[in-house]
Structure formats: C-alpha cells, structure tokens
Unconditional design. Structure first.
Length: 322
C-alpha cells in the first residue's frame, strides 16, 4: 500500500468526440477520399457510424491511435480537410508525439530521481506510456516496480537508487518496434548493455524471468517486485497480449515481402491491408502477392475465422508548374 496506484486498463480503441455530426461528412470527404487518406497515413481504422457526436479510432498500436486522434483534432479545428493537408498534419503530429515521448521519459526519470540515463533509454521509457503488457500500462508498471524495488532494497540494506533504476528499466525489451528473436528480458539486458548501464543492472533485467543466472542481489528484488506489480487483482488481462501478438505477426509476414511499403492489420485481425510501391510491383504481381501472403498466413498462424488480404497499389505523378 505504500506504493498504491490506480489500475485502469486501456483497450485497442479510442473514442474521438466531435461537437456536431456535420463534421463527419467532411472527415469522410468526397467518395471517402479523406478518410482513406487518413487511414493510409496513420495506419488505423476509423469508424464513422451513426453514434452521435463520436468517431471510433481503432488500432492495436496506441502510438498510431494517438497520432490519428491529434491529427483529427487539428484538422477539425483548422477546417481545411483534404488528402494533401491530412498528410502534412499527420507528419507534424508524428513529430509532436515523438517529442512528447522524450519529454515523458525525462519527466519519469526526474520524478524517480534517476540520473544519467542514455538519451535512447529515456526515449524507450517515454514510449512505455503507449504500451501495455497484459492490459497493464507499461510505464505505470515500470514506475511501480521501481518504487517497490527501492523500498525492498532499503529494507534489505542494499542501494535503493540502483534497485530503482533496475526496476524502471526491467521491461525495456518490450518497447522497441523492431521484432527481436530474444525473449524481452534478454533483449532488454542487451539494450541496457548497449547503452552503457552497469553489469549488475543488466543482469537484473536479463534474469527477471530466470532466463540467465542471477549474479547479484538486485536480480531477485526486481523479479519479486515485477511479480507483485503484475499480480494485483485487476492489473492485467491475458487475452489482449495474445491478440496484439497475432496482429503484429500478421503485419510482420506481409512486411517480409519485397516491394511492400506499409502493412496494417485492421478489424481485429480479420483484414490485412498491404500497401506496395508502384515502381516495384505491377498490377499482375499484386494478385500473386496477396495469394502468397494468404498461403503463408494459413501455414504459419492460427486464427479464428478468415483473414482478408487487400493489396493496394497506388501510382502518384507529381509535377510542378513554375
């Protein structure tokens, strides 16, 4: 109870509130071109239905949802909504979110009294705000684990500052966007080593799921505090993690093909949109590609129902009159 925090769980949708329903038509645009441009630029699915004064933004990646929410807010406030403007606003908002991630990381380190973190580790800590582990917000879990570690280390006569640092960084392996073959604890230890953390902290991160041998007293403290934070009733939900892994795997399979520029799993993984570069793949090859991806998904994954693979090829010709 000395380190009590609230236990709200976030989901994979964001509700965006609007002042009146006339805005919906402008967001959709002529023949749906605005909404398509926004979905393509942000990688989310936008549901505009007859729910009064609300638009649903759906995506399993919370960063994408946040970018879309902020972009919508700016577009509606500004009043100019058309595909070129949408791309411009999304680029600006993405930069804003990146700045906010770094700010969150710095603020967290200052709040916990942790100094000298590598800038990349600060960024990773900031990104935790948008990640969840079994439905528990990862930044909240890391802060809680850090505080618990500090209390427990002090009780045992060890260095509470060091324990706090290890507690905060113990789940950094869950954050980076690129997939790693390593379990998150080992990957986290590798990252900590890369960014010049001390060996005992790297060991505490790597050993908190018993995947390497514990060589310091910090390691069991981190392991116990991680378990305490995750085991509180209502803190976690198992199902979400498996679902997000499935969507990630779908996107990874499609991204592994040449010529694919972006992939988005939408509708709870029932549809996979694959955007290809027009200069690398012609119309005939898109059919072959969608069949290949479908075959690989069938062979390599388990999923309920069926998955629709849509390959989108768009040609843009841009010239300037001077």
């Amino acid at each position: 109870q000395r380190v009590a925090t609230e236990t709200a769980i976030e989901n994979s949708v964001t509700i965006f509130h609007i002042d009146n329903d006339e805005v919906k038509g402008r967001i959709i645009g002529r023949e749906g071109r605005n909404i398509r441009a926004l979905e393509a630029a942000t990688g989310v699915e936008i549901v505009v239905d007859d729910t009064p004064e609300a638009i649903v933004i759906s995506a399993f990646d919370p960063v994408r949802r946040e970018i879309c929410r902020l972009a919508l807010h700016q577009l509606i406030a500004d009043g100019r909504i058309h595909p070129a403007r949408i791309e411009e606003v999304v680029a600006k908002v993405s930069k804003q979110v990146e700045d906010e991630v770094i700010e969150t990381g710095k603020r967290t380190a200052i709040d916990l009294g942790i100094h000298g973190l590598h800038p990349e580790l600060v960024r990773i800590v900031g990104k935790m705000k948008y990640r969840s582990s079994y439905g528990q917000n990862l930044l909240q879990h890391a802060r809680e684990t850090a505080n618990l570690c500090s209390v427990m280390a002090a009780e045992l006569g060890l260095n509470p500052k060091k324990a706090k640092r290890a507690g905060l960084l113990h789940d950094i392996g869950k954050v980076p966007d690129e997939e790693s073959e390593l379990p998150h604890a080992l990957y986290g230890a590798k990252l900590a080593e890369k960014y010049k953390e001390k060996p005992d902290i790297c060991n505490a991160i790597g050993a908190h799921h018993d995947e390497v041998e514990m060589t310091t007293l910090l390691a069991p403290i981190v392991q116990v505090c991680d378990a305490i934070s995750g085991a509180r009733p209502g803190a976690r939900r198992e199902i979400v993690e498996a679902y997000i892994k499935r969507l990630n795997d779908l996107e990874q399979i499609a991204s592994s093909y040449d010529g694919v520029t972006k992939t988005y799993a939408i509708q709870a993984g029932r549809e996979l949109r694959v955007i290809v570069g027009a200069e690398k793949i012609d119309d005939k090859q898109t059919e072959v590609l969608s069949a290949d991806i479908a075959r690989r998904i069938q062979d390599e994954m388990t999923y309920p129902g069926q998955v629709k693979i849509t390959v989108i090829r768009e040609t843009r010709a841009v010239s300037y009159a001077k």
